[in-house]
Design a protein around this ligand. Structure first.
Ligand code: ARG
Length: 279
């Protein structure tokens, strides 16, 4: 018998960026095919639905103005890392996204976030940095520098566990690992090396494994509030596993944004501990 009450939702605060200028005009990951263009209006409808799902779950959503000429700015997870009210900005691997970094930093500065840091090393924000209870998990191998982990320890004063990504399709950590709560995560084992899998097993008491077909539809690029897990509608196997573990899967269609290599989680930056808020 599953105890349906053991998973507890915590209200969250998210930052999102509408895909007004969304397009696939360059290819910086294996999903992007500029010859098969994406439809910004379909992307906008999917994004708006995602926003409504968060609001319906009782979360708050702030919105940053999209900048013309930055088609990937919709992927707000890559805008910063925000923990305990401290903001670490990003530095992108590829020049096509470089100008997003100051746009996101300015958003935090203009709203009075007291501790905003400009990074020294390449780090693509919460695309590669995930928070699991007191621990930060830093992915590297495709985008963020391995050395970014040390910077995370200095800025946030928290323990950091580094994991190497080895499958180019899962080039950001948040495409291969989803933190469901402090103790629980779901992941795609083949995206990590042996050391990475061992590290994840030491952080999480319970690890749900994604099959190829669920990982390939970006089922792991999901957002959990501790109980509800917003994920790609096609990831039906993962939805079943989540239910069996007492979580409530909430399916969303992110097919248009996937043409750029992104899903629900990529479109969502969690703001942990706002300015003036404790913790
Ligand atoms: N086209 C974007 C890129 O390759 C997609 C970013 C997806 N974001 C994420 N958090 N995984 O950079």
């Amino acid at each position: 018998m599953i105890d349906e009450t053991r998973r507890v939702a915590k209200p969250r605060s998210y930052l999102m960026c509408p895909p007004e200028h969304f397009a696939v005009t360059y290819a910086i990951n294996p999903w992007m095919r500029p010859e098969q263009p994406a439809d910004a209006s379909v992307a906008m409808a999917q994004w708006e639905r995602l926003r409504q799902v968060y609001l319906g779950l009782g979360h708050s959503v702030s919105v940053i103005d999209p900048v013309p000429g930055l088609p990937d700015m919709v992927f707000a997870a890559n805008g910063a890392t925000v923990v305990d009210g401290t903001v670490l900005g990003v530095r992108f691997r590829y020049p096509q996204r470089a100008a997003e970094a100051p746009a996101y930093l300015d958003w935090f500065r203009a709203r009075g976030w007291p501790s905003v840091h400009v990074p020294q090393f390449v780090n693509e924000g919460e695309g590669d940095i995930l928070v699991a209870g007191p621990t930060l998990i830093a992915g590297y191998g495709f985008r963020s520098d391995q050395a970014a982990a040390g910077e995370l320890t200095r800025v946030f004063g928290r323990p950091v566990v580094r994991v190497r990504l080895i499958d180019p399709r899962f080039y950001h950590l948040d495409t291969a690992l989803c933190v469901l709560d402090e103790e629980t995560a779901m992941y795609y084992p083949a995206a990590f090396d042996d050391a990475g899998r061992a590290a994840l097993a030491s952080v999480f008491g319970e690890l749900i494994e994604a099959k190829d077909e669920d990982a390939e539809v970006f089922g792991l690029n999901a957002v959990s509030d501790g109980r509800h897990v917003v994920l790609s509608a096609e990831a039906t196997g993962l939805a079943r596993s989540l239910r069996a573990s007492g979580f409530e899967p909430i399916p969303v269609d992110m097919s248009e944004l996937r043409k750029a290599g992104g899903g629900a989680k990529c479109c969502t930056l969690e703001l942990r501990g706002g300015p003036g808020e404790a913790g």
